[in-house]
Design a protein around this ligand. Structure first.
Ligand code: MF3
Ligand code: CO
Ligand code: CO
Length: 274
């Protein structure tokens, strides 16, 4: 686990201070996570129809910021500055085509027909974080781009389907990796899902690859994200000079979906399901 901590970069896992240990949420806290999870899902739903050829990623950001404020929440992403990163300068992440994650909205970046874009939102409501993302199609992307997006979403759902008390973190990763690789895609290894609640990023780390029966045993009350990133080509990544934007080394496409989930006595609850 420790070498993964040092490998895991940003966003998906941002070098947590060691005091941010694994947290089990009480029923009262779970209620707050449900509320912010619904808010996050509704924010994504609100942004979805705006994703059209000709819109800039900055316009998506600005609408997200207004909507978030109007709903009494704030963006966890705006100004977020884990060690090694400058403060994130926008309220959402917009990751287009070869951008794997943490793309920064920008007035000059205009969506065009055939692009794919991941929008990742994390509102904070009453002190709790709801973290969710989806990859959307701009106009009519190629059949291979659409397949990447569909398989990535299915991978996320297959990973989530493994979750119940007594299952292991490796079961989630194995389910994702098996389906991704069977479809000819690679799974990003350097970014992982994460515990979420009062903190944005905490234990446990949730790799999107792995072996069944390995890793931490899941317990009721754990809340974490499942957020696989799949690449058309190799899983190798590159950081841009802005120290946030992560792209594929081979510049081929990458897609991602993310839900925040709770482990319950009976299995799993998806908190960010619209
Ligand atoms: N929401 C991302 C995640 O899934 C983290 C984004 S951090 C930011 O963990 F600063 F880039 F916004
Ligand atoms: Co996340
Ligand atoms: Co996210």
């Amino acid at each position: 686990m420790s070498d993964r901590v040092s490998l895991s970069i940003a966003g998906n896992f941002l070098q947590p201070p060691s005091h941010l240990g694994l947290v089990l949420l009480s029923a009262r806290e779970l209620e707050k996570m449900r509320a912010v999870g619904q808010l996050a899902a509704n924010l994504l739903k609100h942004l979805e129809p705006l994703v059209q050829p000709g819109v800039s990623t900055q316009e998506l950001n600005d609408e997200a910021e207004l909507w978030t404020q109007a709903h009494g929440a704030i963006s966890a992403q705006l100004g977020y500055a884990p060690s090694g990163h400058p403060p994130f300068p926008r309220s959402i992440c917009t990751s287009v085509n070869e951008v794997v994650c943490h793309g920064i909205p920008n007035r000059k970046q205009i969506l065009k027909n055939g692009d794919i874009i991941n929008i990742d939102v994390t509102p904070v409501l009453d002190g709790y974080h709801g973290d969710t993302s989806k990859t959307l199609l701009v106009g009519n992307p190629s059949a291979s781009a659409r397949k990447l997006v569909e398989v990535t979403q299915e991978c996320m759902m297959r990973g989530i389907a493994e979750i119940k008390p007594g299952a292991r973190v490796g079961d989630i990763g194995a389910a994702i990796q098996e389906y991704a690789e069977a479809n000819g895609f690679s799974v990003v290894r350097d970014m992982v899902g994460h515990g979420v609640g009062r903190e944005f990023h905490t234990e446990p780390q949730i790799p999107h690859y792995g072996q069944r029966g390995r890793g931490l045993k899941l317990r009721s009350g754990m809340v974490f994200t499942v957020e696989p990133m799949l690449n058309e080509g190799s899983c190798d990544l590159k950081f841009m000079p802005d120290r946030w934007t992560v792209i594929t080394k081979d510049k081929k496409l990458s897609a991602q979906f993310e839900h925040t989930i709770a482990v319950t006595d009976s299995g799993v609850e998806i908190l960010t399901l619209a």
